[in-house]
Design a protein around this ligand. Structure first.
Ligand code: NAD
Length: 453
């Protein structure tokens, strides 16, 4: 089937109103949950083939997320889709006002390769929960995961409701010529601009989940040991190929040496060696080559070894990095952590303020003033104080970027809202109509209106 056919099938199906039934949505969400659980091993095998991601990491960072999303929407669908009564102002009495969440129609989800299940299926699940038809285009870079998602979904779901369209740049370019009711894109800022332009042709609203350089700051007032443990975990999980991974580390000069030692200790303790089964590989040769160029030999504090055959790059700490170094000019998206020391917390915040707004930012400190300055001064998608990455595991927090790191957000009820239109309806009584708003107008009427409004 070509893309035009699928889009027109989905548009026609949406008009039958079937996806608006809560029973219909729940039935297919439950079906999807069953398919995922039944085929868990296939999902693990595919992602392992793509970039050596372990079963443990795949379950904790992908499958559990997706299953949690399904269960969350099954539990909350009734209340999310119910019309919400709101207050009615004096000028509209006698009346009642309600907001009716309604699905948008046929939506497109474009996924990224680094968490291929989570980043493709989570927005897709939110779209289905909100009552839409959906076309999913996963990333072709993680080819095996794309194929397994296409197989499992296309064999079990009617294409007029849900379809996985496989393909790379050429196919996506063709898909983007179609008119959708929403486009949800996860990927780079560069491709985000292409998607935004294509969407503008049809005035299609977008959610763009993009990237950027996310800082982590460690002050001398931090619990250094727990900071080191959490940063090493958050930076090197998925071999640093995580959109919200700490991209670079800013550490207060007086604790720099001590902190670097602690980072080294945890990297060794976590056993991220070439033969490790639980350390993910780099996705492909292009990224591997890009990353090893960022490892400036004279700045290696720890690590720096790699194996091209295996696409393995050792967790690497670079010390005494300058803001002008290559590694500070682009999002790293790999297991290389540049470290820059600072003496003034305020100055360091001002430096970050001069850069593009990142997707995430992290601060480790026990000092209340530092926490307040970080929260109020910096603008970023979301983040943590005294942890990294974990904010996106909380359904009650919206997840998304700001500025060049993205537009819009999702997760939990925010995902449902991202794929819904809030339709406002005012219902008026047909009695008790005051004559005051109708012509012929008079000074007396205007005086009354002034008093009332
Ligand atoms: P990417 O932008 O290269 O690809 C994303 C998707 O866009 C893929 O499905 C791909 O097929 C498609 N695509 C690529 N080039 C295209 C083109 N010219 N025209 C149309 N479509 C095109 O991104 P990636 O390499 O898959 O992911 C890495 C980037 O994504 C990083 O910047 C990372 O920070 C970001 N990211 C963001 C989030 C988030 O939730 N905000 C999550 C993961 C990754």
């Amino acid at each position: 089937m070509n893309i035009q056919e699928i889009v027109s099938l989905q548009n026609a199906f949406f008009k039958t109103q079937q996806t608006k039934s809560i029973k219909f949505r729940k039935m297919y969400l439950e079906k999807l949950r069953d398919i995922i659980i039944k085929n868990e091993n296939l999902l693990y095998e595919a992602i392992h083939l793509d970039f050596g991601k372990s079963k443990f990491d795949t379950f904790t960072t992908e499958i559990s997320f997706v299953l949690n999303d399904i269960n969350y929407y099954l539990k909350n669908l009734n209340s999310f889709s119910k019309p919400k009564k709101v207050r009615t102002n004096l000028a509209n009495q006698i009346g009642t006002s309600k907001i009716h969440p309604e699905p948008l129609g046929c939506v497109l989800v474009i996924g990224a390769w680094n968490y291929p299940y989570q980043l493709s299926l989570s927005p897709m699940i939110a779209a289905l929960a909100a009552g839409n038809c959906c076309i999913l285009k996963p990333s072709e870079i993680a080819e095996n995961t794309m194929k397994v998602m296409a197989k499992l979904i296309n064999e079990n779901f009617p294409p007029e409701y849900l379809y996985v369209y496989e393909g790379g740049i050429e196919e996506t370019t063709a898909i983007l010529k179609q008119k959708f009711d929403k486009i949800f894109f996860t990927g780079s800022t560069k491709v985000g601009k292409i998607v935004y332009k294509a969407a503008a042709e049809h005035l299609t609203p977008v959610v763009l989940e993009l990237g950027g350089k996310s800082p982590v700051i460690v002050t001398k007032e931090a619990d250094l040991d727990i900071a080191a443990k959490r940063i090493v975990w958050g930076k090197f999980i998925n071999a640093g190929q995580t959109c919200v991974a700490p991209d670079y580390l800013l550490v207060e000069e007086s604790v720099q040496e001590q902190f670097l030692e602690m980072l080294r200790k945890y990297i060794i303790e976590f056993k991220y060696q070439p033969d490790s089964e639980h350390y993910t590989r780099i996705i492909n040769r292009n990224n591997f080559n890009r990353l090893i160029k960022l490892i400036q030999k004279d700045k290696i504090y720890f690590g720096g070894t790699f194996n091209e055959e295996e696409l393995y790059i050792e967790p690497t700490l670079l010390n005494s990095v300058d803001w002008e170094d290559d590694v500070m000019q682009e999002e790293i998206f790999g297991p290389v952590l540049p470290v820059i020391s600072y003496t003034s917390f305020n100055k360091v915040l001002n430096t970050i303020l001069e850069l593009e707004k990142p997707l995430a930012a992290y601060l480790f400190t026990r000092n209340t003033e530092e926490k307040e300055a970080f929260t109020s001064k910096l603008s970023f998608g979301g983040g943590c104080i005294n942890d990294v990455i974990m904010h996106l595991g909380n359904d009650h927090l919206p997840f998304g970027g700001v500025g060049t790191s993205g537009i819009g957000n999702y997760h939990g009820k925010f995902g449902f809202e991202a794929f819904s239109h809030q339709k406002s309806i005012l219902e008026k009584a047909t009695w008790g109509e005051p004559n005051i708003k109708y012509p012929p107008y008079s000074e007396k009427k205007l005086n009354w209106i002034r008093k009332l409004l």
